[in-house]
Ligand binder design. Sequence first.
Ligand SMILES: Nc1nc2c(ncn2[C@@H]2O[C@H](COP(=O)(O)OP(=O)(O)O)[C@@H](O)[C@H]2O)c(=O)[nH]1
Ligand SMILES: [Mg+2]
Length: 324
Amino acid sequence: MHELVKKLLAGDRRSAARLISIMENNAPEKEELLAQIYPFTGRAHVVGLTGSPGAGKSSLADALTREIRAEGQKVGIIAVDPTSPFTGGALLGDRIRMQEHATDPGVFIRSMGTRGSLGGLAQATRDAIRVLDAFGCQVILVETVGVGQSELDIMYHADTTLVVLTPHAGDHVQVIKAGIMEIADIFVINKADLGGVVQMATSIESMLDLSPRLNGWRPPVLSTVAHEHRGIRELWEAIKRHRACRRDNGAAREREKAHRELLDLVRRQLEELVARHLNARCGLVEQVATRQKDPYTAAREIMAGLLAVGEKAQLAKFARGKEE
Ligand SMILES: Nc1nc2c(ncn2[C@@H]2O[C@H](COP(=O)(O)OP(=O)(O)O)[C@@H](O)[C@H]2O)c(=O)[nH]1
Ligand SMILES: [Mg+2]
């Protein structure tokens, strides 16, 4: 076993940080390391927090961390910001809000930005979660900014997803638009001190009346005042109730997640392969552009070429296997 993984499993923070960087940067040794880490994952409860910027996700993560730490559980916090080009460092505002926990050895905080594609960010986040899972974090809070596809991809890997809203008109319209209704396990109306909670809660409840729920879980609608720690215990209790409910159909859910991730990984690898192949055969592109060949025929030729490459590789592997 790699030294870094050994240290990670022993609870070494610096190794955890380095491994997350490796996941984030897609370093060459990533896959080998992940293969060693993977058997030690699947134990943490991953809680996603999503919602508009300023809704209070970081403040809630901070308050929840206090609640969870009071129970003695180890917490990981990952803040994902696709708009930030930086990696490794904490966002300034978040760092200030998290200061209380910064020196707590039972809390690991990390923020992640995007270097390249958003798809890459979702993957890096998934793997960072795994590192913290193997590191021994029992609860991992994942905060994401924005409501794009990459965010939905990330939230798909959470066991419990909190949709954080504020009691302002217009917010709930946004929720429906972003398709976030479907991924919410718990609705949190934060900034309840500002008033307007009842109207907001009523409109969410009536939307919930219209959406059928699988597995017998109806998302509760809770209100909080994060910076005053109001409603946080109730929120944590709801998260635990949801975890218990999820556990009952955990196996099916794990299979679904594995299926989705594999499809995603293979698709991206194929895409790279096709792009390379297309570059190597740029004559084909030219032919389509100049109307010498139609795109369907060209696409078939590329597929045939790729399959031939694949077959050759298979055969070579088969031959090697025979020799051994
Ligand atoms: N009035 C009020 N302000 C809050 C509450 N929770 C957070 N805030 C403030 O809202 C701002 C944004 O909070 P933050 O946690 O950074 O939101 P995020 O962008 O969703 O992570 C900060 O200035 C917080 O202090 C709350 O319950 N009530
Ligand atoms: Mg934040």
